[in-house]
Design a protein around this ligand. Structure first.
Ligand code: ADP
Ligand code: AMP
Length: 217
């Protein structure tokens, strides 16, 4: 049975979004990236955006009830049964429990949790050079993965931006929040034997090859 219900876990900047896009493309799985969803909501000044904006700019997590409701709405029964890739959710044990409940109500369960890991210095280097496209959500890195034309998205030519929460103070907070609230998730999933530990150092294709090896056919 191919692995079809996947979650990516790892510290901010480790490369979850970058790998999720490759997995999605090559394994034909829809991605649900809660960070992208929330940034779009903030840009659109929607109700969700106004609830989330202050937490995000401080590098804190949006409250569980807010994000659980959004994911429950977006994760429709087709995706639950045919497969999905979650990037950035769950980030706390209560979020993981909510996801389990939704899946088990449909008679389903997660197939795998990809736990991406790299040394703090690698993660900080990656965050420090990150550029994103506010339109199509493509992600670049100033030196490791620069756009073809400086400052412009390869896909849609939109001017690239630096994320507000990629400033040093918010990054410090996000790394702290990861250790406190998200890392315990791995214990929660390890007890079920579905965690695949992925060394996220090296270039993008090297990391992807490790993921493919872990997932198998
Ligand atoms: P996350 O989703 O975990 O926060 P991203 O996928 O946005 O991380 O990656 C963070 C930054 O690191 C981006 O600038 C991205 O281009 C860069 N990056 C991702 N994977 C690698 C890699 N294997 N080597 C070098 N840079 C990478
Ligand atoms: P990301 O793009 O995944 O780094 O997420 C950016 C920010 O969005 C986080 O620092 C949080 O403020 C918020 N966020 C994204 N996903 C979640 C989640 N599952 N739970 C709470 N907050 C989230």
């Amino acid at each position: 049975m191919p692995v079809r219900r996947l979650v990516m876990v790892g510290p901010p900047g480790v490369g979850k979004g970058t790998q999720a896009k490759l997995i999605s493309l090559r394994r034909r799985l829809p991605i649900l990236a809660t960070g992208d969803m929330l940034r779009s909501a903030v840009a659109d000044k929607s109700d969700l955006g106004s609830k989330a904006a202050d937490y995000m700019s401080r590098g804190e997590l949006v409250p569980d009830d807010v994000i659980i409701e959004v994911v429950a709405e977006r994760l429709k029964s087709t995706e639950l049964s045919s497969g999905f890739l979650l990037d950035g959710f769950p980030r706390t044990v209560p979020q993981a429990q909510a996801l389990d409940k939704k899946l088990s109500e449909a008679g389903l369960a997660l197939d795998a949790v990809l736990a991406l890991a790299a040394a703090p210095s690698v993660v900080i280097e990656r965050i420090a050079g990150r550029l994103i496209c506010p339109n199509c959500k493509s992600v670049y890195h100033e030196s490791a993965n620069p756009p073809r034309e400086a400052g412009l998205c390869d896909v849609c030519s939109t001017p690239l931006i630096v994320r507000e929460d990629d400033q040093p103070e918010a990054v410090r907070k996000r790394l702290e929040v990861y250790e406190e609230s998200t890392a315990p998730l791995l214990e929660y999933y390890r007890s079920r034997g579905i965690v695949m530990e992925i060394d996220a150092t090296g270039d993008v294709e090297t990391v992807y090859a490790r993921i493919e090896e872990a997932l198998g056919k």
